[in-house]
Design a protein around this ligand. Structure first.
Ligand code: PEP
Length: 258
């Protein structure tokens, strides 16, 4: 299986989100094999987008959540509220939130625990900055982020935790990481996850890549067995680009006979 996560960020309002969701459904039409597809509109557009994707195979994700079910947390949103509008996935630890909103590892950890306890699926974003990469600290940074976010986490039954490896320097920069480098890091993450979660299958802990993926480079990532899918920002709101990415995923699935 290959998974595509479309992160629309704070880029489109309600009307545009509905149009984009309709366009996204059209990209799936007539395809024999389709990837697992999760679209993550802004919170305000979720309920309208839900109406569009309700009877499709597309799932809804949120871009953030709080770690309590209710209470005096002005401006925050709970898992229950998200579930009311059909959300089953939540992006957590995105570098934009780590940087712009000073979200700490501790906060991300609380959110991961909370989302899992509410039977939702976290999409945990990890990745090194340019300086960390240049200082040769990539593995160290990723390891620390995984340890912090996933401590006391148990992946039981059919639960899943999606890991999105997103080097910060590649996000929105137009400069995607090379496939070779991504494979190397994914191998590192995979072996570390096996240590953290012995006996849990890799299908329950898929590792995705994110960072300047577009219609042209998507196939190169998706054809690699080590790369379970992609988290796409900018190209997910350009319907032609996204169509090419979905098509690339379909080709890979067909070639794999899955
Ligand atoms: C992202 O939003 O996590 C992302 C990878 O964005 P982009 O595809 O625009 O680099």
């Amino acid at each position: 299986m290959k998974t595509l996560i479309a992160n629309w960020k704070m880029n489109v309002g309600i009307r545009e989100s509905v149009a984009l969701a309709r366009g996204t459904l059209l990209t799936l039409r007539g395809r024999k094999l389709i990837p697992e597809l999760v679209i993550c509109p802004s919170t305000i557009a979720l309920s309208e987008v839900r109406k569009v994707v309700a009877r499709s195979s597309v799932s809804l994700g949120a871009q953030n959540v709080f770690w309590e079910s209710k209470g005096p947390y002005t401006g925050e949103i709970s898992t229950r509220m998200l579930q009311e509008v059909g959300v089953s996935y939540v992006i957590l630890g995105h570098s934009e939130r780590r940087q712009e909103l000073h979200e700490t590892d501790e906060m991300i950890h609380k959110k991961v625990l909370y989302v899992l306890s509410e039977q939702m699926t976290p999409i945990l974003c990890i990745g090194e900055s340019k300086q960390q990469r240049e200082a040769g600290q990539t593995q160290e940074v990723i390891r620390a982020q995984l340890i912090s976010a996933l401590s006391q986490v148990y992946v039981r039954g059919s639960e899943r935790v999606l890991i999105a490896y997103e080097p910060v320097w590649a996000i929105g920069s137009g400069e995607a990481s090379s496939v070779g480098e991504v494979i190397e890091i994914h191998q590192y993450i995979r072996s570390f996850l096996q240590e953290l979660f012995p006996g849990v299958s890799s299908q329950q802990l898929p590792i995705l890549y994110g960072g300047s993926v577009d219609g042209e480079n998507a196939y190169g990532f998706l054809r690699e067995e080590m790369i379970d899918g992609l988290l796409i920002g900018g190209a997910s709101i350009k319907i032609n680009q996204f169509n090419d990415i979905v098509e690339a995923a379909g080709e890979v699935l067909e070639a794999q006979g899955t």
